[in-house]
Design a protein around this ligand. Structure first.
Ligand code: GLC
Length: 491
């Protein structure tokens, strides 16, 4: 059983005695109050979350979109075949060649990452798709992969942005998220844009499936682990996928696309819950959260994501430093010029500062010096460490509200949450804080969340964008070989 001090450490950073200056201590106290999400608030957020998940299943166009993905059920683990996969991430695109041997254990992967051009986030559609198609071309040449018009290489495309899917090889982007702002893609079918660029380059590739990273994480994990219940990304963005019954997806009741499917058929849902509470009814927004939103390319959108995902945690931290500097409270003598660059602090930086146990925090001092030419005083270093912790604790606790809402809605009380993303993987304390908050919301006895046998646990997702995209493509092709219609097959 953890002692009370440890519980406080997880829910709220209460120790501020080591910050010498009174002014800084007061600021820290204010931040701790503003960023603290207590158990009652967590439950309130999660309840409202559950309502928004339900609304998204009820009607189209709701705040949490609850997109149907046309992934009809979990894999058997016997799917086989070789697939090309491509994942458009924030800084890289990753191309893989995945060979599924029909036994969930044997998977062969060859892969390569290509760095996205600096300005791609604000480029035009044609530049994006040319870059993706040329990377595929390079990869198949480097790997000596052969395909032909008659027998093309099959491609699974991980496109992790909100997209409406009329079927598995189709996805109309609704709005860019995670700071992307490429013109000419919103409102368009990304599969068809990629397909036509592939055909301009005359590549022997056929696009089979468009998937979201959350669905990929869930399916890749389920391929090996039948205890998988949810796929979740705690990374640059924040989102989850789970499996629901078609009869629960009431917005599909008049849809021709499901009329031949039994109401019990499972359908993977990409929640797109980064948009939770865009009406800002329950989220405890600080002035920094409001500033991030106002200065983002899509103000008003992704309210939940902007408080909890990796892209924004470092930015919140940066805004706090700038705020204190401009009010003359701290960092007064510093040249903070380099910190004026938006989004210059990432999650790894934040966790490094928080986890620094070196004498006098000299490692943090060096990190600030090397990255930003800032010479922090000892007091400022201590303050910075506390602030890094306060932001990370709030992020992890908020992340638990979405998963808890899915579990409560589905009546799930045990299983594995297959998680991926920089926050889950690079922030060593995230999982523990997340588990505690989940336990708080779901009413687990104190201590259960810390044990090996907590009923719901986070596990590392097994390569969603590679294996997940390949398994989903294999599942779609199997459906077709049984005579079911899985794709539009537009060429
Ligand atoms: C954003 C995207 C979503 C993705 C998530 C994690 O929320 O809109 O599609 O799953 O980031 O990458």
């Amino acid at each position: 059983m953890p002692d009370t001090k440890e519980i406080n450490e997880i829910t709220k950073d209460k120790n501020q005695g080591d910050v010498g200056s009174r002014e800084l201590r007061n600021e820290l106290h204010r931040l701790q109050e503003d960023f603290h999400v207590d158990e009652k608030k967590l439950r309130e957020i999660s309840e409202h979350f559950q309502e928004e998940l339900e609304e998204g299943l009820q009607d189209h166009g709701k705040n949490i979109a609850m997109y149907v993905t046309w992934v009809l059920g979990f894999p058997t683990g016997k799917e086989e075949g070789s697939f090309l996969t491509v994942d458009l991430g924030g800084t890289n695109i990753r191309v893989c060649y995945v060979s599924l041997q029909g036994s969930h254990k044997d998977i062969g992967i060859k892969q390569h990452q290509y760095k996205l051009p600096e300005n791609i986030k604000t480029a035009e559609a044609s530049e994006l798709w040319t870059f993706v198609a040329e990377s595929l071309q390079k990869f198949i040449e480097e790997q000596n992969l052969r395909g032909s018009k008659e027998s093309p290489l099959c491609l699974g495309f991980t496109f992790s942005y909100p997209a409406i899917q009329g079927c598995i090889d189709h996805g109309v982007l609704q709005t860019w998220t995670k700071g992307f702002n490429i013109s000419g893609v919103e409102g368009k079918d990304v599969a068809s844009q990629l397909r036509s660029t592939i055909s301009k380059l005359d590549l022997p590739i056929e696009l089979i499936a468009v998937i979201n990273d959350t669905t990929g994480a869930m399916i890749a994990s389920a391929y090996k682990d039948p205890a998988t219940i949810i796929g979740a990304i705690f990374g640059t963005g924040c989102n989850a996928a789970y499996m629901d019954k078609i009869s629960n997806i009431r917005k599909l009741k008049d849809s021709k696309a499901v009329k031949n499917l039994s109401p019990d058929t499972p359908m993977a849902i990409n929640c797109e819950y980064g948009a939770f509470d865009n009406a800002r009814r329950v989220l405890p927004l600080t002035k920094y959260d409001k500033q991030i939103d106002e200065e983002s390319p899509r103000p008003g959108e992704q309210a939940f994501e902007k408080m909890s995902a990796g892209l924004y945690l470092g930015e919140i931290y940066r805004l706090i430093i700038l705020d204190l500097h401009s009010r003359g409270v701290a960092f007064k003598e510093q040249n903070i010029g380099k910190l004026r660059d938006p989004y210059c602090i990432d999650t790894a930086f934040l966790s490094k500062i928080e986890d620094d146990d070196s004498p006098d925090l000299h490692e943090s001092a060096q990190t600030f010096r090397q990255n930003f030419d800032v010479e922090m005083t000892r007091d400022e270093l201590r303050f910075s460490k506390h602030v890094a912790k306060v932001i990370a604790i709030r992020g992890a606790r908020l992340c638990a509200t979405g998963v808890a809402a899915i579990c409560r809605k589905q009546g799930i009380n045990k299983g594995h949450v297959a998680a991926d993303g920089s926050v889950a993987n690079k922030h060593p304390k995230f999982k523990k804080r997340w588990a505690r908050a989940l336990g708080d919301i779901l009413g687990w006895e104190k201590g259960v969340a810390d044990g090996e046998d907590a009923p719901i646990v986070i596990i590392s997702a097994a390569d969603g964008s590679g294996v997940g995209a390949a398994v989903i493509s294999a599942m779609a092709m199997e459906r077709e070989s049984r005579g079911e219609k899985a794709r539009i097959k537009e060429r």
